[in-house]
Design a protein around this ligand. Structure first.
Ligand code: SF4
Length: 478
């Protein structure tokens, strides 16, 4: 008999969860959803019908914080109309400044930090049975355990994943790097790796349920295992995950250039399920700025890594993160960044204007770059990156790729979209029946953000463009 996935009944309270930020936060929301589902709550995408609303917050930029408070302001009005509505906040913003959150939004019924959101069902139960929510304010605040004190990752938690074929799997939490602009070490604590036994158990279970792709998550996966007894590193973990039958694609994010080892590059080239895509945040092409950012590498080191990756895996696609307008960035520093972008030829870049984040070292700098200059640099950077990307994508026309279909195209219900192993998005004609399947397509048109494809017949499909695509356990490629 098929195992029931939902544990709610018709009268179960409905919960709406909105996630802000990165994949790590998405993963935490999936755990919250799993915990709630196990406790008999009903997850909904419809805010209007929700009895409980949770915003799982991010605090990577001040702008995001403003967006969250403005959303809270709207929800306060909703709460005015529906006094029984339970409103809660979780995640990085709460972890960083619980007192301020409660000061600015005293109408919140609960807050939970990144290190104790696992207590959600218990907290909801307490709130539902309490008539005087106001009195709980102090308790709500002290529930947020200091991130740096939290050295354990609870295992065996239920996870209600959005996708039925592609899953995030956290392999570690926290970060030890203290880049001068970032607050992750404060909101997620220091690095704690999960045991490889637990990670493999989770991935094997996923494979048994029919999942085909896993993305291993960590703030810096390259330093996986450093805190564990034994000498297992991230490359060793990949070797083990590569052996899990049923899993066909392995991805990971994020990597820190200073911890990327030759061993990892060698294993990436060798392991058939590890996809040919590397997200390697560079942040700046200027050594002066890299040093101010406390990144721990130089531009030359980064370029050497790119060369090694391309030599070992010629088909690899590279994506990155870049910040412009960092305090003290002069025109020459910025030009160094443009030069690096041109030399490397990234397949994608998340580009941002620097915005000071309270409590970080860089926020104290007096060498702020005026917004007009940062904005103008960002525009130039985006223009260059788009031109590079378009050229690269155009060179793919006529090439054949295996695509894992992720869903119906947002723009056209008669088309589907999916990703190549190199993480390129391809849109092609098809319907719901293709979702979760591997399809071979030929690229017929290229744009900046997506490529258009044509489905290949059985005879036309080929693996010649994938140097490692020898699947021993593969289902028939349609
Ligand atoms: S490596 Fe730096 S930017 Fe990345 S999470 Fe750690 S501190 Fe933040």
């Amino acid at each position: 008999m098929k195992k029931k996935e939902h544990n709610y009944s018709k009268n179960s309270p409905k919960v709406y969860i909105r996630t802000y930020g990165c994949q790590m936060n998405e993963y935490d929301s999936e755990i919250m959803a799993g915990l709630l589902n196990n406790s008999g709550y009903h997850l909904t995408d419809n805010l209007e019908e929700a009895k409980i609303i949770i915003l799982n917050t991010c605090y990577v930029r001040e702008k995001v914080k403003h967006r969250i408070y403005s959303r809270l302001g709207e929800l306060r009005k909703l709460k005015g109309k529906k006094p029984d509505l339970i409103l809660g906040l979780s995640g990085c913003l709460v972890q960083r400044e619980p007192e301020e959150v409660l000061h600015r939004a005293p109408y919140l019924d609960f807050i939970l930090g990144t290190s104790n959101f696992y207590q959600l069902p218990e907290v909801l139960e307490e709130i539902s049975g309490n008539d005087n929510r106001e009195k709980q304010v102090k308790k709500r605040c002290t529930r947020v355990v200091r991130a740096e004190e939290n050295r354990t990752i609870p295992e065996g938690l239920p996870i209600l994943r959005k996708s039925k074929f592609s899953a995030f799997v956290s392999i570690m939490r926290g970060c030890n790097n203290f880049c001068s602009y970032c607050n992750v070490p404060y909101v997620r604590g220091r690095e704690v790796s999960r045991s490889s036994r637990e990670i493999l158990r989770e991935i094997e279970e996923l494979a048994q349920k029919g999942y085909k792709e896993v993305t291993l998550l960590g703030q810096n996966v390259n330093s996986y295992g450093k805190d564990l007894s034994g000498d297992q590193d991230f490359a060793d973990l990949l070797i083990q995950v590569n052996r899990v039958k049923g899993i066909r694609r392995i991805r990971f994010t994020t990597s820190h250039p200073k911890d990327l080892s030759d061993k990892l590059i060698d294993q990436m080239a060798r392991l058939d399920k590890v996809c040919e895509h590397f997200h390697l945040p560079v942040q700046s092409g200027s050594n002066k700025i890299l040093s101010r950012m406390k990144r721990g590498y130089t531009r030359k080191h980064y370029q050497n890594l790119v060369d090694k990756l391309r030599q070992a895996i010629p088909e690899i696609t590279l994506t990155t993160d870049i910040i412009v307008g960092f305090p003290g960035e002069e025109e020459e520093d910025f030009r160094n960044t443009l030069e690096l972008v041109e030399t490397v030829g990234f397949d994608g870049a998340f580009t941002f204007c620097y915005s000071p984040l309270r409590g970080t070292e860089a926020a104290q700098s007096e060498e702020r770059i005026p917004a007009e200059i940062s904005g103008e640099r960002l525009r130039r950077l985006i223009e260059l990156q788009q031109a590079i990307l378009l050229k690269k994508n155009k060179s793919l026309v006529g090439r054949k790729f295996e695509v894992m279909v992720e869903g119906i195209s947002k723009k056209n219900p008669d088309e589907v979209e999916g990703r190549t192993r190199g993480n390129k998005i391809i849109i092609f004609p098809g319907g719901k029946n293709l979702i979760g399947r591997f399809i071979w397509v030929e690229i017929v048109k290229a744009g900046c953000w997506a490529l258009r494809g044509m489905v290949l017949s059985r005879d036309e499909k080929t693996s010649r463009h994938n140097p490692k695509s020898i699947y021993s356990d593969g289902e028939e490629l349609s």
